[in-house]
Design a protein around this ligand. Structure first.
Ligand SMILES: Cc1cc2nc3c(=O)[nH]c(=O)nc-3n(C[C@H](O)[C@H](O)[C@H](O)COP(=O)(O)O)c2cc1C
Length: 198
């Protein structure tokens, strides 16, 4: 049985997304489960070349196969019972390294379109998301990230649940000023494991 995957998507080591992954993991463990944390900032992904080779025929691979860890990560995402992403908002969207990884999932999308049973046949599983923005204002602060995450995850048959969206989180230790936010994330982790374990 594969572990749930928790993605820390900030480019800074400590901070709100990092705290969120730790809190979500605490929740999972409180409910009797376990999960694997993945630190996007430690990985270097090559950008999608838009060569469209992955779309050609049933067996056509990604041209960048073996050049980095993107496809290995996608295989673990396909196997995971649920996933959690914690990410900051950078210029009204997701951080560049995460977006580079997302573009590479065109390979997964192409496999789904080709009805590859290892992708199209995966059961629907939940995906959880927490987003952090420094600003307190901006009606559409989270809109782009939410849409991109929904359609990225959809290729894996991962269904985005209503995201937690936090405003006014800017400094590394801002979570300490917001114990209610910390509890919300911990509780999301607990419920995610309980839902999965039934
Ligand atoms: C490159 C960059 C761009 C940012 N752009 C925005 C933005 O458009 N809107 C906003 O509210 N905050 C913005 N911020 C602030 C971050 O969203 C905020 O500091 C967040 O808490 C960082 O999350 P982390 O602690 O997980 O790294 C930006 C920060 C950086 C470094």
């Amino acid at each position: 049985m594969s572990n749930p995957l928790l993605f820390q998507c900030s480019h800074r080591a400590q901070g709100n997304s990092n705290n969120a992954v730790n809190l979500f993991l605490e929740g999972v463990r409180e409910a009797g489960g376990d999960a694997e944390s993945i630190y996007i900032r430690k990985m270097d992904f090559k950008p999608c070349r838009a060569c469209r080779i992955c779309e050609k025929d049933q067996a056509s691979p990604c041209a960048l196969q073996g050049k980095d860890y993107a496809l290995d990560l996608f295989e673990t995402m396909l196997a995971a019972p649920f996933v959690f992403f914690a990410a900051p908002i950078y210029f009204y969207h997701l951080p560049s390294r995460l977006k580079t990884l997302i573009d590479r999932s065109q390979w997964v999308y192409a496999r789904k379109m080709k009805n590859d049973p290892e992708v199209a046949g995966r059961p629907k599983r939940p995906a959880y998301l927490a987003l952090f923005a420094g600003r307190t204002e901006g009606e559409k602060l989270f809109e782009g990230s939410r849409l991109t995450m929904k359609y990225f995850l959809d290729s894996f048959n991962l269904e985005l649940q209503p995201p937690l969206e936090f405003r006014g989180f800017d400094k590394i230790a801002d979570m300490e000023r917001h114990p209610e936010a910390a509890e919300q994330i911990r509780s999301l982790g607990r419920d995610a494991w309980k839902n999965h374990a039934g």
